[in-house]
Design a protein around this ligand. Structure first.
Ligand code: DC
Length: 225
């Protein structure tokens, strides 16, 4: 059997990380883990339960009541995020959650909680995980690390189209502000800020189609094997 590795994909918000991760996991028969979904589900729990996340005690107590699980949707063959047994895959993508998630993801206790579970998921390798700190903190020894980027305007347009399909009241301005705010907080926080790992390969997909970005990443994968 071919050697199975860990592939990490980090980068800015909405630059196609999950699209590439899904392409690679499908092709290679690897597990795909969307680490951002975990931070989003924790945020949803905090919002629903009025957890004051500036209070460490409250955060610690709340985390004890959170169980996160990815369960495969048999139709789409993709893992979906479950929070305490409830499928929250669609709820966590809403802008109300996106507006708070970067603040919640900056909390030390929240990161420790999520990272421990992510590392367990990668113990058997054969995994593609996307996020912000996967190549730097979660799997610093991963065999293939990709850092994705794309022009701001292109990223805003892509995310706007995605969100508009579900909510036609959304404006480009709202989406742009949210992306800029998240990128700022994610790259300036004290713990595990978004950084390119020294050994990560940069993939700028501003002018690439999904097929072209997939071919580029697959080439890197093959070269490393
Ligand atoms: O990938 P995403 O946009 O769904 O991630 C949502 C937020 O979660 C993102 O703004 C920052 C945070 N995040 C993080 O801090 N670390 C990760 N590994 C993944 C996401």
């Amino acid at each position: 059997m071919a050697k199975r590795i860990i592939i990490t994909i980090d980068g800015w918000s909405s630059c196609g990380k999950s699209t590439l991760a899904k392409q690679l996991s499908k092709k290679l028969g690897y597990v795909y883990v969307d680490s951002g979904a975990m931070y989003r589900a924790i945020t949803l729990y905090f919002m629903r339960n009025d957890v004051d996340w500036t209070d460490k005690k409250e955060v610690k107590k709340a985390l004890k009541s959170i169980e996160l699980e990815f369960i495969k949707n048999e139709k789409t063959r993709q893992g979906e995020m479950y929070l305490n047994g409830e499928n929250v895959e669609y709820l966590i993508r809403e802008l109300v959650v996106a507006e708070k998630v970067s603040d919640v993801a900056a909390i030390k206790e929240v990161r420790e909680f999520a990272v421990a579970q992510q590392q367990k998921m990668g113990a058997k390798k054969g995994i593609v995980m996307d996020g912000r700190d996967i190549g730097t903190v979660v799997f610093p020894k991963a065999e293939l690390k990709i850092f994705m980027t794309a022009d701001n305007a292109v990223r805003v347009e892509r995310r706007f189209k995605e969100l508009y399909a579900k909510n036609p009241n959304i404006t480009v301005e709202e989406v742009k502000n949210n992306l800029e705010m998240r990128d700022y907080i994610d790259s300036h926080r004290e713990i595990s800020p978004l950084r390119k790992a020294k050994d990560a390969l940069v993939l700028d997909n501003t002018y690439l189609t999904p097929d072209e970005q997939f071919e580029a990443a697959l080439k890197w994968f093959k070269e490393g094997m």
